[in-house]
Design a protein around this ligand. Structure first.
Ligand SMILES: Nc1ncnc2c1ncn2[C@@H]1O[C@H](COP(=O)(O)OP(=O)(O)OP(=O)(O)O)[C@@H](O)[C@H]1O
Ligand SMILES: [Mg+2]
Length: 332
């Protein structure tokens, strides 16, 4: 296996949306995103509603065709695969959704849903029941549940079945798009612990999309923060939560009391994210940013490396790293 399970470079997804009878506008849902994910690693992706998280996920599993960029899995460029090659690749990247009904057919028993995935893996019919039992026990569900339909399960059980089904094809990467968002807090913690155990045992990598920063802090090794289609901050989870660099990241963290770092200046995130079809000039966050300077209104900040594994797209934050005074005092 290569060092990167998954590498995304310059991913761009624009939707042309009709407006009225003649006009149309282009929604820049994802606008030049780079992401890398190593085997056995968890990359968290956060950002407000509409920032492009699910569009990235859908591009990765070929449900949305990107306008630009490349997606590499292991050694293979999978961006424009078709036919049999695409089917082979699809197995290596699985998705677990917020609503298990998006991946589970309500008319199929648990046994058949998992069995179908095992058939995709090429497992012979006589070996499937044993493997279904093994997968159910892997997600801490009793074998007796195999005869049930999704509608006869609790939310947590259904999500465990979705995970078992994803695991059935032995993927390299599982994309969890708000996979625990609909679960009660105690069930959520159980499912997150389960995902961690599975990762430890199998080395599967997770791309973990969540609104909930406390969830990401618990599961993610690294975190990427998105704002209107772009990554605005990226870094190791511990450092990013202890010392967020982008004012937007600070505002997101400040909104979650349980993850607020000691001494972090509390910021209130006022207003709404901009229209992705018509973002403001300069830094798209500047109209909401308490620290904006003139440059922010004029020049769009690029994602800039400011430390090992850390990058930020913010003129003010990058300046503070460059000025000698703040070198001794990077947290401002
Ligand atoms: N098929 C589509 N056609 C047109 N616009 C779309 C389409 N899919 C997504 N969009 C737009 O792209 C942007 C990003 O949407 P996306 O669903 O990726 O956001 P998200 O970060 O997953 O949000 P949420 O947190 O609400 O799930 C939004 O402005 C959305 O309206
Ligand atoms: Mg989404």
């Amino acid at each position: 296996m290569s060092d990167a399970a998954l590498a995304v470079r310059g991913l761009t997804v624009h939707f042309r949306v009709r407006r009225g009878l003649v006009g149309s506008r282009v929604v820049r849902a994802v606008d030049g995103v780079d992401l890398a994910l190593g085997p056995g690693e968890t990359l968290g992706v956060a950002g407000e509603s509409g920032s492009g998280k699910s569009t990235i996920a859908r591009s990765l599993v070929h449900l949305t065709r990107p306008n630009g960029g490349t997606i590499t899995l292991g050694e293979t460029d999978v961006t424009s695969l078709r036919g049999a090659a695409l089917r082979r690749y699809r197995r290596r990247m699985q998705m677990v959704y917020q609503d298990p009904y998006d991946s589970l057919d309500p008319r199929m028993t648990v046994r058949d849903a998992i069995g179908e995935a095992l058939a995709v893996r090429g497992l012979s019919r006589d070996r499937r029941p044993g493997e279904v039992a093994r997968l159910l026990s892997r997600v801490n569900l009793p074998d007796a549940l195999a005869a049930r339909y999704p509608g006869q399960l609790s939310g947590g059980q259904r999500q465990r079945v979705s995970i078992a089904r994803a695991l059935a094809v032995e993927p390299d990467v599982i994309i969890c798009d708000e996979a625990v968002a609909a679960l009660d807090v105690s069930i959520r913690a159980q499912v997150l612990n389960l995902l961690k155990d599975i990762q430890r045992d199998t080395g599967v990598a997770y791309l973990f999309i969540s609104h909930d920063l406390s969830t990401l802090r618990f599961v993610a090794d690294r975190v990427a923060i998105m704002y209107v289609g772009r990554v605005v901050e990226h870094g190791p989870s511990l450092e990013l939560f202890a010392e967020p660099l982008h004012p937007y990241t600070r505002a997101l963290i400040a909104a979650v009391p349980s993850v607020t770092a000691r001494g972090t200046k509390r910021l209130h995130l006022a207003g709404e994210p901009p229209d992705p079809a018509n973002p403001p000039t300069g830094c798209p966050f500047h109209p909401r940013c308490p620290e904006a300077i003139d440059e922010c209104r004029r020049v769009r900040p690029e994602l800039t490396v400011v430390g090992p594994g850390r990058s930020v797209a913010c003129h003010v934050a990058v300046r503070s790293f460059r000025s000698p005074r703040s070198a001794a005092e990077p947290s401002r």
